[in-house]
Design a protein around this ligand. Structure first.
Ligand code: GSH
Length: 204
């Protein structure tokens, strides 16, 4: 397996934390997305969404979308971590929180960053107002996460799952890319972050 990535990006970090927890180490190829390497004709031939990460399974088979990559690696790696849940209810709860974090957290956070910073203005129209609105939506989601973590040890319940990995990366984007301070402002999120950082993969 070969992972096309730019390790510093949030989506690649998400997959890399997952791989680390499973102890999987693929071959890696760096794709410099800032300079547009992901828009090359070679990349267009192998990637359906023109983003990183991208997992090459063989010459003809490629997977994009972080969670799809994680699902595949999880399914082919014998493990008892149950990062997508175990019982039918747990699996549904993981899916529910994974989607909430993705749709109400990560997506608006990416939109805020892209539209306010203009880093990808060479390939998309940046709209400052949309960036500001997205940032407000991110800020509105933080109390939802805080409330969930007041009641549960982890985002989807009592066990560590993919929803925690997504939420961890989301919080890092808030703090580092959006200047939305979280640590110290949301006690339950802060305590959960501290606990996560004990696990291999989250600390690096
Ligand atoms: N939904 C995708 C998002 C991937 C994504 O947005 N990747 C960013 C880096 S975090 C990227 O490749 N950006 C380059 C671009 O948009 O041209 C996933 O989860 O994999």
């Amino acid at each position: 397996m070969k992972l096309y990535e730019m390790a510093t990006t949030p989506s690649c970090r998400r997959v890399n934390i997952f791989l680390k927890l499973l102890g999987v180490e693929p071959e890696r190829v760096t794709v410099d997305v800032r300079s547009g390497e992901n828009l090359s004709s070679h990349y267009r031939n192998i990637s359906a969404n023109l983003k990183v990460p991208l997992l090459e399974i063989d010459d003809d088979t490629h997977l994009c979308e972080s969670v799809a990559i994680c699902r595949y690696v999880d399914a082919i790696t014998p493990n008892q971590l149950y990062l997508f849940g175990r019982s039918p209810l747990e699996m549904a709860q993981v899916e529910m929180w994974q989607r909430m974090v993705e749709l109400q957290g990560l997506m608006p956070a990416f939109q805020a960053f892209r539209n306010l910073s203009g880093v990808y203005r060479d390939r998309e129209t940046c709209i400052e107002l949309w960036g500001e609105e997205s940032k407000k939506r991110v800020a509105a989601f933080l109390p939802v996460l805080e409330q969930q973590l007041a009641k549960h040890r982890y985002v989807a319940g009592s066990d560590l799952t993919i929803a925690d990995i997504s939420a961890f990366v989301f919080i890092k984007v808030c703090e580092n890319a959006l200047q939305l301070p979280v640590i110290g402002h949301y006690p339950n999120i802060s305590a959960w972050l501290q606990e996560l950082q004990q696990h291999d993969g989250f600390s690096a």
